[in-house]
Design a protein around this ligand. Structure first.
Ligand SMILES: *Cc1c(COP(=O)(O)O)cnc(C)c1O
Length: 382
């Protein structure tokens, strides 16, 4: 069983074909429509469609003028892209340890790591559970306008924090439409932010040009543009947006199915002492991008790697989210980290695995996963 197969329907296929038969295949009317629909769905002040979440994060940091000499506080419990973009702008990533339950950025560690050079806090809504936005916003706001909160919402579409959709708050927020994410355009991303910030991001994300190509070539457009800064080539194509338009219309249904699967896992494993199940704090709505179980290693005679191997032998694909940033050779060597530098992230990494979770899974598929997990636990209980 694949870990997270995409769910692409006939509507997406027809819309892509329609784009291919039209005279406009790159950034154009479908991209603009996708931005409008996406912003409306999240009650966001505005949205910029880009080529990836990585591009959205990079664009956000450049637009906020974060650069050499600056520090950005973030989490080790994320995909490398969240931290690589900090290196891309020449700033220093300052990792701090996570909360033991949600594995999100711990606000008290963030507060302790603030220095006069801190220009941004980059929060990742791990697995789809929103980070502590009120506390993190307050820490950033205490610096006046000098420090911004940027959200990596690659997992958090759609999620809510205290009733408010992630992406609606005006902080620059980056979404991913990579093949495995809750909504996919094969590759793609979106940046939501306040209108003034987005106006700058639109320039940064397309060569630093003051007008984009669609406006220039459309009827009534002008051939004239100015390059205001050496920007990047991060635009989304209408072929991708064609997928996104339909994926967005289906998102509520996809989420309903994710929640059902989570419910089945939760009920099946509730009384299993060898497994620690994901938490949902009362103030959030979880996007359930990932279902991460943590093994109670003292209740088992095997480690996490062997547990994954045993599930694979039973035809169940799993993954690990994530190998903490501080273990990767580039970051380990550049900043002199050891595994113990972030003990909560490390200890949880050692015992975590992500079970299959995707709207395409049938009840029979979910039953197979449950049976396989139970069988492995039964076989290796201490
Ligand atoms: C997938 C992912 C990204 C990168 O998304 P892309 O669209 O592939 O650039 C960034 N951060 C996190 C936490 C992710 O899971």
């Amino acid at each position: 069983m694949p870990f997270a197969p995409p769910l692409i329907g006939e509507e997406e296929i027809a819309e892509v074909v329609d784009t291919l038969r039209s005279s406009w295949i790159t950034t154009g009317p479908k991209t603009r429509q996708f931005e409008t629909d996406f912003a409306a769905y999240l009650q966001a002040p505005g949205a910029l469609a880009v080529s990836s979440c990585t591009a959205a994060l990079h664009t956000a940091l450049v637009s906020a003028r974060v650069g050499p000499g600056d520090e950005v506080i973030t989490t080790p419990m994320t995909f490398a892209a969240s931290v690589n973009v900090i290196e891309h702008v020449g700033a220093r990533p300052v990792l701090v340890d996570v909360e033991p339950d949600t594995l999100n950025l711990d606000p008290k560690n963030v507060a302790a790591a603030m220095t006069p050079r801190t220009r941004a806090i980059l929060a990742v809504h791990y697995a789809g559970h929103p980070a502590e936005l009120d506390a993190l916003s307050a820490i950033a706001a205490a610096r006046g306008g000098d420090c911004i909160l940027v959200e990596d919402a690659a997992h958090a579409l759609p999620a809510r924090y205290r009733g408010r959709p992630i992406g609606s708050g005006g902080n620059p927020t980056a979404f991913s439409f990579y093949a495995t994410k809750n909504l996919t355009t094969a590759e793609g991303g979106m940046l939501t932010a306040a209108p003034e910030f987005l106006a700058q991001a639109r320039i940064v994300g397309l060569h630093g040009m003051s007008r984009d190509a669609w406006k220039r070539y459309a009827q009534g457009g002008s051939w004239y543009y100015e390059v205001l800064l050496p920007g990047f080539k991060y635009n989304m194509t209408d072929i991708q947006a064609a997928l996104g338009l339909w994926q967005l219309r289906k998102l509520a249904r996809f989420q309903q199915r994710r929640a059902e699967i989570v419910d089945q896992y939760n009920r099946a494993f509730a009384d299993e002492p060898a497994l620690e199940l994901p938490v949902t704090r009362p103030e959030v709505e979880h996007a359930w991008h990932l279902y991460v179980v943590r093994l109670r290693l003292d209740a088992l005679s095997i480690d996490r790697n062997r547990f994954i191997h045993e599930l694979a032998a039973r035809n169940i694909g799993t993954s690990v989210h994530f190998i903490p940033i501080h273990l990767h050779p580039y970051y380990r060597d550049r900043y002199g980290f050891s595994p113990a530098s972030f003990p909560v992230a490390y200890a949880n990494y050692e015992r975590m695995l992500s079970l299959p979770l995707a709207p395409r899974l049938s009840d029979a598929d979910v039953g197979d996963v449950i049976e396989a997990v139970r069988d492995v636990v039964r076989s290796f209980r201490t």
